[in-house]
Write a protein that binds this ligand. Structure first.
Ligand code: NAD
Length: 320
């Protein structure tokens, strides 16, 4: 890869493996400047390749040291802090000619505010929204989907495509600024509702005496087919590798789904898109996030939230 000085801020569940993949693809002599508020994450990352990694004291130092900077932090307030903090934010140093790429899933209003602040600060800097899909497994495997907020003919797309390909296998220029976030929020709204619908439908089947593993096979070749059904089935024991079959551990936390779902409902409100399922879906994810039986677990734990029969196998055997 051509740029020699790259920056990465946010070494969490997603950022750490993403930055690691970027590190592996760096040209000889190139460096990755990193920062996270969590010092343990920084120390651990430095040990991955001490000669290639430069640990910075704050976001400002990362921005100063690099020409292209990636950020991935939890929410809009964290993105504001990284870019706009008056003492140590990215915009407290010269950002001329730099490319700034935010991969966090946040509200489009915050992203637009940061984009505007970047434009006010420098005529030659560029700021992009580039949220990801694929979870921690996709981040580790380098197979993430990137939804990039730019047009296909954006002059920086070729370079961005090359860099993002170190971390992902599908890079979509979504048409213009903030449309990457729009694509991400629409995706999570849809997949969040499919998870609830699949959980409810499976539960009707189980309570009627049907084996859910068989029901999932029926769905797979019928009109209820979905990735949620086939790979992330909410019913324990249906997909052996899905979080549901591992006590709902791993996967995409229910609180993150609540955040994204709420952002999608907000976006719908802002653009005047009618939602019939938004209020009900949001209630499910809000309540599941606050429920001790579900909190911190994979979002497909909605099956547990609706009182789904998790011990269906034992009950089915008794019935036979
Ligand atoms: P995480 O909480 O594991 O990691 C976030 C990291 O950002 C942490 O290491 C934290 O210390 C750091 N951080 C927070 N504020 C900071 C600041 N001001 N400066 C520097 N570092 C700061 O979160 P995650 O799961 O990696 O998610 C990050 C983003 O990616 C979120 O917006 C999330 O919605 C999105 N996302 C997550 C997944 C997933 O499966 N976890 C999938 C797709 C998208």
């Amino acid at each position: 890869m051509s740029p020699r000085e790259l920056g990465f801020i946010g070494l969490g569940v997603m950022g750490y493996p993403m930055a690691l993949n970027l590190l592996k693809k760096l040209d000889e002599g190139a460096r990755l400047h990193v920062y996270d508020v969590d010092e343990r994450a920084l120390k651990k990352f430095e040990q991955e390749a001490p000669t290639k990694v430069h640990v910075c004291a704050n976001a400002r130092e990362v921005a100063k040291s690099s020409t292209i900077l990636f950020t991935i932090v939890p929410e809009g307030r964290h993105v504001r802090s990284v870019y706009l903090d008056e003492r140590a934010g990215v915009l407290t140093t010269s950002i001329d000619d730099k490319i700034l790429v935010d991969c966090s899933t946040i509200d489009t209003a915050t992203s637009m505010d940061v984009g505007e602040a970047v434009r006010q600060n420098s005529k030659t800097a560029a700021f992009y929204d580039a949220p990801v899909s694929g979870g921690s497994l996709g981040a580790a495997a380098g197979t993430l989907t990137f939804m990039l907020g730019c047009a296909e003919d954006d002059p920086k797309f070729t370079l961005l495509n090359e860099l993002l390909s170190a971390m992902g296998s599908s890079i979509f220029p979504c048409g213009g600024f903030s449309l990457g976030l729009t694509a991400k929020l629409c995706n999570n709204y849809c997949s969040g509702l499919i998870a609830i619908a699949t959980a409810e439908a499976m539960n009707i089947g189980i309570k009627s005496g049907m084996n859910p593993a068989l029901l999932a096979k029926v769905f797979a070749t019928s009109t209820a087919q979905s990735t949620i059904n086939d790979k992330w089935n909410p019913v324990p024991g249906v997909c052996p590798n899905a979080p549901a079959s591992k006590g709902y551990h791993g996967g995409f936390k229910v609180q993150l789904m609540k955040k994204d779902f709420a952002l999608a409902v907000e976006a719908a409100d802002r653009v005047g898109a009618q939602l019939e399922l938004g209020v009900s879906g949001l209630k499910v994810y809000q309540e599941a996030s606050e429920d001790d039986r579900c909190r911190d677990l994979d979002s497909r734990v909605v099956f547990r939230y609706i009182g789904g029969e998790e011990d269906w196998e034992a009950k089915l055997t008794t019935r036979q």
